[in-house]
Design a protein around this ligand. Structure first.
Ligand code: ATP
Ligand code: MG
Length: 437
């Protein structure tokens, strides 16, 4: 880590905002994540500024501002270089319901403002000359790789239970050890997480999973038992992750967040429909949930082929597998099929586990990894949109009325085309449709 005094992070816009405020006679500092990332020599996402100026005074210092969070004392300064959030020094009034309060009290002292922040590494400030003000020794904690609450951890988590999830997120994404009394407090206060809106929980979980160390985040979540204390009970047996230790480590080999969630949720061995319900409770967007559930549903369909007898790699006959794979890909979509192959490629080959998923991974997955892409490349169309005839053609040529019957017929044509039984050509498709009608 570099010496604090040499840190040169200030971008021109941030530097301008600080100098305008100090010229007008106020105190102004960079605070929070940008100072932390500067100290660590990491790229800075956004510059947050704290000042002794009141919001209306901030607004009078700059030609263009937006009152983006007046109730928290925040004004956004708009410059050609970008936007900068400027917040008046404040302390939070009484915490209510274990969440951060709606009302704030303005104060004139920077240290008081830093004191309300969650972790020592997030409670540092930097002035316009690049000097770091660090009343809670955040730099020392960062240097020794420790994540520690500002003040008494039990109180801090009691004031705002979301901090417990932020704790696990920061510990995993910044590769820090949670200091002992902070961790003990987290274990003690875990039940308070039930007061936190599921949206905020989801956002933290997503950032953990997208981050550089999703497996570490999962292990910390399991050790903390935070998932047992969510506002809504989810129908997912998270503790099953503990049985997939080596598989967890492969999650970070996947790039996209959908792939990562699909793999993590696959390891819980729950029906795709149950996972969909859980993702809804977690307020995942429809698109995110659909993408993940499609992958799980596809694996389920393929695995169902082998229900009853646990297959061995040697006994998996490629011909029926090719068929069920292509049909599954048509039903779940090509992108789900490609995604499932990416997951199967990163998962470990030698598994100690037992059960349906382990059997699938040992016996079926190697065949899919070997042939899956090639089988997909032989599928001429995956969706009705790509089929060479439409419902309109069936209506005109076969006098079929739109309705469920027509839907089923089109789906049959699509599937037979996907399997290579009929070419994707108008005449052949009409011929088949006439025969099936
Ligand atoms: P990142 O943006 O990478 O998540 P950050 O530290 O900038 O990290 P923000 O959520 O943007 O996090 O918050 C900015 C600062 O506000 C934090 O650094 C911290 O000082 C303070 N802060 C944010 N959330 C809380 C909270 N729940 N409790 C106390 N302080 C908080
Ligand atoms: Mg931030």
């Amino acid at each position: 880590m570099s010496d604090a005094k040499e840190i040169k992070v200030m971008d021109r816009g941030a530097s301008y905002v600080l100098s305008q405020l100090t010229k007008a006679g106020y105190e102004a500092y960079l605070v929070g994540g940008c100072v932390r990332d500067a100290v660590l020599g990491r790229p800075i996402k956004d510059f947050d500024i704290a000042t002794s100026a009141l919001p209306e005074q901030v607004m009078s210092c700059f030609p263009r501002t937006a009152p983006t969070g007046l109730q928290h004392g925040t004004v956004t300064v708009i410059l050609p270089q970008g936007t900068y959030e400027v917040t008046t020094f404040r302390k939070e009034a009484e915490y209510e319901g274990f969440r951060r309060p709606a009302s704030v009290e303005y104060i004139s002292d920077l240290t008081e403002d830093l004191k309300r922040r969650d972790f020592t590494m997030n409670a540092m400030a930097m002035d316009g000359a690049g000097v770091v003000l660090d009343p809670f020794a955040g730099q020392k904690d960062l240097a020794s790789g420790v994540l520690r609450c500002v003040g008494t951890a039990e109180e801090r988590f009691g004031e705002d239970a979301l901090r417990m999830l932020r704790c696990i997120r920061f510990a995993s994404t910044y590769d820090l050890l949670v200091e002992q009394s902070t961790w003990q407090a987290l274990l003690a206060q875990a039940p308070l997480l039930r007061h936190i809106a599921m949206e905020r929980v989801r956002s933290e979980l997503q950032r953990m999973v997208e981050g550089p160390a999703p497996a570490r985040a999962v292990r910390l979540l399991m050790a903390s038992r935070l998932t047992a204390h969510l506002k809504k009970q989810l129908p997912l047996p998270f503790e099953r992750w503990l049985a997939w230790d080596d598989a967890l480590d492969t999650v970070s080999a996947l790039e996209g967040q959908h792939d990562r969630w699909s793999l993590l949720l696959m390891l819980l061995e729950m029906p795709a429909d149950t996972v969909r319900t859980a993702l809804q409770e977690l307020t995942f967007s429809r698109a995110d949930s659909d993408a993940v559930v499609a992958v799980l549903a596809l694996r389920e369909v393929v695995a169902a082929q082998y229900k009853g007898g646990a297959p061995h790699a040697a006994s998996v006959d490629p011909a029926p597998l090719e068929r069920v794979w292509k049909l599954g890909a048509v039903r779940s979509g090509e992108s789900a099929a490609r995604a499932l192959l990416r997951l199967l490629r990163v998962l470990p080959q030698n598994l100690q586990q037992r059960g349906e998923l382990a059997c699938f991974l040992q016996a079926v997955a190697p065949e899919l990894v070997r042939h899956g892409d090639e089988w997909l490349s032989k599928v001429p169309c995956f969706s009705l949109k790509e089929l060479a005839i439409s419902g309109k053609d069936l209506a005109e040529e076969l006098s079929l009325k739109p309705g469920p019957r027509m839907g089923t017929l089109l789906q049959q044509l699509l599937e037979r085309t996907a399997l290579g039984e009929i070419p994707n050509e108008r005449e052949s498709l009409l011929h088949t449709a006439r025969a099936a009608k």
